[in-house]
Structure formats: structure tokens, C-alpha cells
Design a protein around this ligand. Structure first.
Ligand code: TYD
Length: 200
């Protein structure tokens, strides 16, 4: 049996990717999953990562994200792909490189090496970057969204955005879509990107 397609959805906070990721999974029969936190262990790590009262160093934060991912790959993503089913991940390794690397300043080379340890060869066939200006994303975010990342401010989100665009630049496994428009505009770009890899 051939391995299922693995698609990651990425973007700054408020980019709207989660709504589309869930919809596409419903429409295609792919497994929808997210990080951090979509496992029994992940629930505990997510609480630490988003709401810890303890100050985390950027490196500690990165290693907790990667612990969550490593467990998530082994428990859910790899077995699902091995059954031939597609997986749609709401955030994956590009989130760690952009948030902890570009955003918080963790050494990028070390972060990529730690990522290798966490995920092995379980890499997305396609990573879709939902790109939009930081101020547009900020207006879209629900007022209840108030975790450690949302509180890091617009300059942090700018660095994350730049990181995602730099990773995507010239990389055939990435597609950047314009997420500043309305739902239908985004949906049309997504359909085109996913048709190109055979998911839709
Ligand atoms: P979440 O509420 O799931 O946000 P979203 O709906 O935008 O995905 O919160 C996840 C937060 O964790 C988000 O601000 C991005 C951050 N994050 C990292 O900093 N590094 C990572 O590796 C991952 C997976 C997420």
C-alpha cells in the first residue's frame, strides 16, 4: 500500500488556517490533527507551552514543542500515513523553525538538527503557508486568544511571518497562499494547491 499524503498548514496566529484545515480534512477523508497537543501526552505539554506560569527559555520551549511532535509522529501521524490515509496537520515543523527559531532566536542550525531527531523522515509532501499582514491577522484573532505566543506582540509575529516566507522561498515542497482575502478566495487557492498534489 502506498503511503498517504502528508500536508501541513502553517501561518501566523489569526491566519485562518485551522478553519480551512478542518474543512479540507472533512471533504477529503484525511485525518485532521494539530500541534501542539493532539495526543494524551500532548494535552499536558500544550498546557505547559501555552499557559505555563514558569518562565521558559526559548530552548526549553523548542524542546517541549519537539517532544510533543516526536510523540505525535510516533503515535498518530506515521501510523496513519502507513495505512495509506492522508494527514492534514494544523502546524508542524515549520512552526518550530519560525516561532522558536526566527521568533525567539533559537539557533536555526541546531533547531533543524533537533527536528531531524524528533521527526526522522516523516516530512510533509506539501506545506501550505497562509500568508497575510500581521495587523490583518491581529484583527481576526478572537479576543479570548491570549496565550504566551499571542502576547509576544506584533514584532514577534513579523519575524515568524518572515521565517515562513524564507523557508518557502524556492522550496518545491512549500506553497504560499494569500490569506488576506475572504473565505472563497483562500479556498480557491487551496483547491489549486491540493489538486496539484492529488488530494482534491
Ligand atoms: P493554537 O491555539 O493551537 O494556535 P493556532 O490556532 O494559531 O495554531 O496555539 C498554538 C501556538 O503555539 C501558536 O501560537 C503557535 C505556537 N507554536 C510554536 O510556537 N511552535 C510550534 O512548533 C508549534 C507547533 C506551535
Amino acid at each position: 500500500m502506498s503511503r498517504g499524503l502528508f500536508i501541513a498548514f502553517e501561518g501566523i496566529d489569526g491566519s485562518g488556517k485551522s478553519t480551512h484545515a478542518r474543512r479540507i480534512a472533512r471533504e477529503t477523508g484525511a485525518l485532521f490533527t494539530f500541534e501542539p497537543g493532539d495526543s494524551e501526552l500532548g494535552v499536558q505539554l500544550r498546557e505547559l507551552l501555552l499557559h505555563s506560569k514558569v518562565a521558559l527559555t526559548p530552548e526549553t520551549e523548542a524542546l517541549l514543542m519537539l517532544s510533543d511532535r516526536s510523540h505525535h509522529v510516533a503515535s498518530t501521524i506515521a501510523p496513519t500515513l502507513a495505512q495509506g490515509r492522508a494527514v492534514i496537520a494544523d502546524r508542524y515543523l515549520a512552526s518550530t523553525i519560525s516561532y522558536q527559531g526566527y521568533g525567539r532566536g533559537v539557533n536555526l542550525d541546531l533547531l533543524w538538527r533537533a527536528t531531524d531527531l524528533a521527526v526522522g523522515d516523516v516530512r510533509p509532501d506539501l506545506t501550505i503557508v497562509f500568508d497575510l499582514p500581521v495587523e490583518v491577522a491581529a484583527r481576526r484573532r478572537a479576543p479570548r486568544d491570549d496565550d504566551r505566543f499571542e502576547r509576544s506582540g506584533p514584532q514577534f509575529q513579523e519575524r515568524v511571518r518572515r521565517g515562513l516566507l524564507e523557508m518557502a522561498d524556492g522550496n518545491p515542497h512549500y506553497t504560499v497562499i494569500d490569506a488576506s482575502g475572504n473565505h472563497d478566495h483562500v479556498a480557491a487557492q487551496l483547491t489549486a494547491a491540493l489538486s496539484a498534489v492529488g488530494l482534491m
